[in-house]
Write a protein that binds this ligand. Structure first.
Ligand code: SF4
Length: 456
């Protein structure tokens, strides 16, 4: 059996005629965007929550990242966040609203609080729920009506996806991070390459990554059309979870680890699809178009893919290099790259340097805990000295749903996960990259190969 099969089959409640299955859900994360309709559906039909203790609520998408102690000024954001707070009050669910010490991006707080653990089924009304798969669990995004189903029954009716294994072996070049690995894979397999599949990432390159770097990989698995991504748990996973607030303690933890150690694909397990890559082939990556599959190694030129619409939107032409392109904004944040390790990496690089004068450089921690830790480690001082602005936690410029938007026609090198038209605001031009590349771009004010700084 594959890791995926083991977890999935252990959660099947019953088979339904026609091949679909009823799957039990261990944990349901909710936020302000996809929960209001679900709550009102329950209220209208007078249906109680089936297991309210399985729900974790946080405000992230609509929150401002400045002056969080003040009332939200943007009317829609204010309404969304207040509705979440009211619904959680009405249904007696703890909610990590603005100012709460556990508030943050839903996919950042789950792992950091020890709620996300191997072998679980996890859902959230947000595509990037796949992030949690880094802990060896089945985690995937669901739609609003499914949010309501899970609230009412703790189950979902689903077709079992196909399985895919992506193996990466070998040592990475200097300056190449997990973000580059996943952008490289998506550029090779395309934005539809994982459609219908659940992906297991394997190989020694993946095993050698930290938990935070593994989260970046699983986070972006859905950008190749997959239902989700996962990585088999190992000692790094157990060490990461141990001692976290909601993790099992004492003998319960030991028993849990004994079970978690069984969660891996067996030798000879059959996957519907397999791909493998060599780590040494991967360079720092950038996207040049309007989906995450439109990516290139930084030293390559934009290919002629006949996608004139995307290139026109981005203001690029086939055959040109991105190196040297003037950039106006750098955004370091989102559930892909806003963890303490990302911030440390950026701080290490920018220490003693300054951002280019014309550029805005914004760093948005993924959670209150990340923000606190960054300050305790003095990273805030490094960012300030380099001219970077450290904001308060939230989804921020990952999507144009709050106050942090990129102006029309301007370029933003972003550590987020989507470069769709208008994703960071109407007309905004997004170039996806790693935190390290984004930091180097902020310093130079233009696109630059991070390896230039690391050769010595
Ligand atoms: S940071 Fe972006 S991708 Fe992640 S949950 Fe927020 S809006 Fe979604």
């Amino acid at each position: 059996m594959t890791l995926f099969d083991k977890i999935w089959d252990a959660h099947v409640v019953t088979q339904i005629k026609g091949g679909r299955q009823v799957l039990y859900i261990d944990r349901h994360f909710i936020h302000e965007v996809t929960s209001p309709q679900a709550f009102s559906g329950l209220k209208t039909r007078n249906i109680p929550l089936y297991r309210k203790e399985k729900i974790t609520a946080t405000a992230d998408h609509n929150v401002p990242t400045k002056n969080q102690h003040l009332p939200i000024t943007e009317p829609l954001s204010k309404k969304q966040v207040n509705t979440l707070l009211q619904n959680c009050k009405d249904f007696d669910i703890p909610c990590y609203g603005l100012g709460h010490e556990k508030q943050g991006i839903v996919h950042v707080i789950g792992p950091e609080l020890g709620i996300t653990r191997p072998g679980m089924t996890i859902v959230c009304g947000d595509s990037h729920t796949s992030t949690h798969g880094a802990f060896g669990c089945i985690a995937f995004g669901i739609g609003t009506s499914q949010v309501e189903q899970v609230m009412a029954s703790q189950c979902l009716i689903l077709n079992k996806p196909k399985t895919m294994r992506i193996t990466v072996n070998g040592a990475l070049q200097k300056g190449v991070t997990s973000k580059d690995i996943v952008l490289y894979i998506i550029s090779k397999l395309t934005a539809a390459g994982g459609t219908g599949h659940f992906i297991e990432f394997a190989g020694d390159t993946i095993q050698n990554l930290s938990m935070e770097a593994r989260m970046t990989i699983c986070n972006m698995s859905i950008e190749m059309g997959a239902r989700g991504g996962m990585i088999a748990p190992d000692q790094k996973t157990f060490d990461y979870i141990k001692g976290r607030e909601f993790a099992p303690k004492g003998i319960d933890f030991e028993n849990a680890v004994a079970h978690w150690k069984t969660l891996k694909s067996e030798d000879g397990a059959i996957f519907d699809t397999e791909h493998s890559f060599e780590a040494s082939d991967i360079s720092p990556m950038l996207t040049y178009g309007t989906n995450p599959g439109m990516g290139i190694k930084i030293e390559d030129s934009i290919p002629d893919t006949n996608n004139k619409k995307a290139l026109d939107y981005m203001g690029f032409s086939a055959g040109e290099s991105l190196i040297g392109k003037r950039i106006e904004h750098v955004f370091i944040g989102s559930c892909t790259n806003s963890r303490i390790e990302d911030l440390r990496q950026v701080a290490d690089f920018v220490k003693g340097k300054s951002k280019a004068q014309h550029i805005t450089a914004m760093i948005v921690p993924g959670s209150k805990k990340v923000e606190k830790q960054a300050k305790e480690e003095g990273l805030d001082k490094i960012f300030e000295a380099a001219g970077f602005e450290l904001r308060e936690p939230g989804c921020s410029a990952c999507l144009g749903m709050n106050e942090d938007k990129i102006p029309e026609g301007e370029y933003c090198v972003s550590t987020s996960n989507r470069n769709f038209e208008g994703r960071q605001g109407p007309g905004a031009r997004t170039i996806l990259a790693s935190p390290l590349t984004a930091a180097a771009v902020a310093v130079e004010g233009q696109i630059v190969d991070i390896r230039k700084f690391l050769s010595n």
